[in-house]
Design a protein around this ligand. Sequence first.
Ligand SMILES: C[S@@+](CC[C@H](N)C(=O)[O-])C[C@H]1O[C@@H](n2cnc3c(N)ncnc32)[C@H](O)[C@@H]1O
Length: 206
Amino acid sequence: MSSQPGYDALAELYAETFPSPFTNTLQRHAFGAFVDHIRDSGVRGAVVDVGCGPGLLTAELAARGFEVVGVDPSSEMLRIARSKHPGLRFICVDATLDAPELGGVTVAALLARFSLIHVPPDSVPEILAGWSERMAAGSTVLVAGQTSADDEIVEFDHRVAPAWRWHTNRMSAALADAGFAEEWRTLHGADADHRFPEFHLFARRR
Ligand SMILES: C[S@@+](CC[C@H](N)C(=O)[O-])C[C@H]1O[C@@H](n2cnc3c(N)ncnc32)[C@H](O)[C@@H]1O
């Protein structure tokens, strides 16, 4: 069983603070483009929402007709996700996807929004390699996180759990090493509600 004590403690507050999955317009459009790419890819299987939290994006994907699985290491986040979206499938596991319940799931696409930021950077290459192994050529990935300057990966004072900001080039290179080719990225500047610039990075399994 995975655990995420920081998010367990603040799960209710998190769900109340973020009633919408989108905190700016670009996030909505990046997600919309991802949805179109999944459809266009023609790859069959489930869309896995890695670090799904209260499941808002898992539900958005389900509403668009995809088979979905939300995964998160925080049992409290999943308790909220299950109560808000009783028809959907949620599994308690971290980004490794190392859970027996996922054994039979074919992964058509994978969304990791503001969740890989909580994985110690040394562990990320192995996690991406594991995703790649279970995905067919043409399948798609959207990763989002807070970004850093100057090609660095830097730990930052996230309020809930240890977290790292990745320069988008570094995340793109890590994805490429695991077999995913970047197709596009977005960058949203910091503002009153976002302390750091944020990237979305869309890549496809070669
Ligand atoms: C900032 S929330 C993002 C929730 C959702 N993905 C979104 O974009 O609205 C981060 C989530 O990542 C989860 N998380 C933390 N460590 C993780 C890990 N090692 N693997 C996967 N998810 C993790 C947390 O439990 C939390 O639900």
